[in-house]
Design a protein around this ligand. Structure first.
Ligand code: NAI
Length: 347
């Protein structure tokens, strides 16, 4: 089976190597296809996301991606297509998602024993729409006195992510979908998102549906971890809410994710490139390893996915080996080896 590998930068290469080691420990044979991105792609093709990279991702269909450092104030980039058309995106990550028509970013947040404290019971999946909202990057400067951004919500995108959320809930024995929004203020954009979720909910009478304002959702998830199950939300709220969830269970290093489209899926951790700890061998590889498990499930290897997830949970819950973000002293390599040993010993 072929899996594309985008190493990324910062802690990317370290946690990518860990993930490849763990997936191989399942005993499956994978053909790893290195696909250049960012600096590697600039060196080879003169662009951080050249069309060769887009084509390679389409050819493999599934890929694991390390995080990418994005310049805080000048991250915009323009992709030039083979037919001469071009599109400017606000960041490299945004460009990957949109060039490949990836439309939903599922981010499971699940408590892991005492490490997650009173959020041990938190078990929610955030379904973040990733093609629009303010992250389309349609913003401009008005002289030097102001700047303005457009927030886009379309019926097609909102219904698509809502349907994906309900279908996921039904397939995975989940009981409720909650639309998270701010429609009391943004009557048109978030209002449309909420109305689309309500409409799609009617097609799934077996799944409960409710909605919650983003500010209240932040409050509830802290106070009452069992309140949420599947969350369907727009791009920016999903981005922020998932980091909150990761913090509640103990670390961004525990929060996996995926970017799913009709033909291509790219699996990546919720966190960024963590430049503050890059190169030290202490990054927590678990979020990306669990993203790898999501990939296995996506391609129909559910049993292998479960073996990886169980091994990770065993290592974290017993607390025998933890990286510094979880209060331990273990290295990336030590925890990776421990997870592999657990997978092999329970096979
Ligand atoms: P970040 O998620 O990289 O780091 C936030 C904090 O969490 C840091 O203290 C970091 O050390 C820690 N952390 C994150 N992942 C960890 C892990 N696996 N193990 C241990 N500790 C971990 O967010 P930040 O600092 O805002 O962004 C750094 C860079 O990453 C920026 O250039 C940002 O644009 C980029 N970024 C990239 C993303 C992606 O490629 N999908 C997503 C988010 C940010």
């Amino acid at each position: 089976m072929r899996i594309g590998i985008l190493k990324g930068n910062g802690i990317g290469p370290e946690i990518i190597a860990a993930t490849q080691q763990v997936l191989s420990a399942t005993g499956r044979t994978f053909e790893w296809v290195d696909i250049p991105i960012a600096n590697e792609a600039i060196a080879l093709h003169g662009h951080p996301l050249p069309q060769q990279t887009v084509d390679a991702l389409k050819a493999v269909g599934v890929a694991i991606k390390g995080p990418l450092i994005v310049d805080k104030l000048q991250g915009r980039l323009t992709c030039i297509h083979r037919d001469g058309t071009e599109h400017t995106y606000p960041s490299l990550n945004n460009a990957i998602r949109r060039e490949l028509a990836l439309f939903v970013n599922p981010r499971p947040i699940r408590g892991m024993g005492t490490i997650s404290g009173r959020h041990n019971s938190l078990d929610m999946v955030i379904m973040r729409e990733i093609t629009e909202d303010v992250y389309i990057g349609w913003e401009h400067q008005i002289g030097d006195i102001a700047a303005e951004a457009i927030k886009l919500t379309t019926r097609i995108a909102a219904e698509r992510v809502a349907r994906f959320s309900f279908e996921f809930a039904r397939k995975n024995g989940r009981r409720r979908v909650t639309c998270v929004h701010k429609a009391n203020v943004l009557n048109y954009t978030d209002g449309l998102f909420l109305r689309c979720c309500r409409k799609v909910a009617l097609e799934f009478p077996d799944i409960a549906f409710d909605d919650c304002m983003i500010d209240a959702a932040c409050y509830h998830v802290v106070k009452d971890p069992a309140r949420f199950d599947v969350i369907c939300t727009s791009n920016q709220y999903g981005d922020i809410f998932s980091d909150l969830g990761a913090g509640l269970i103990g670390s961004l290093g525990l929060a996996p994710g995926a970017n799913i489209g009709a033909d291509v899926a790219v699996f990546e951790a919720s966190h960024g490139a963590a430049p503050d700890i890059a190169g030290q061998g202490i990054a927590n590889p678990i979020a990306l390893i669990l993203s790898g498990a999501l990939l296995l499930r996506h391609v129909g290897l559910a049993e292998d996915a479960l073996r990886v997830e169980k091994a990770v949970r065993h290592i974290v819950i017993t607390g025998c080996m933890l990286t510094p973000d979880l209060g331990g002293i273990s290295t990336t390599q030590q925890i990776t080896d421990a997870i592999c040993a657990e997978i092999i010993s329970t096979s």
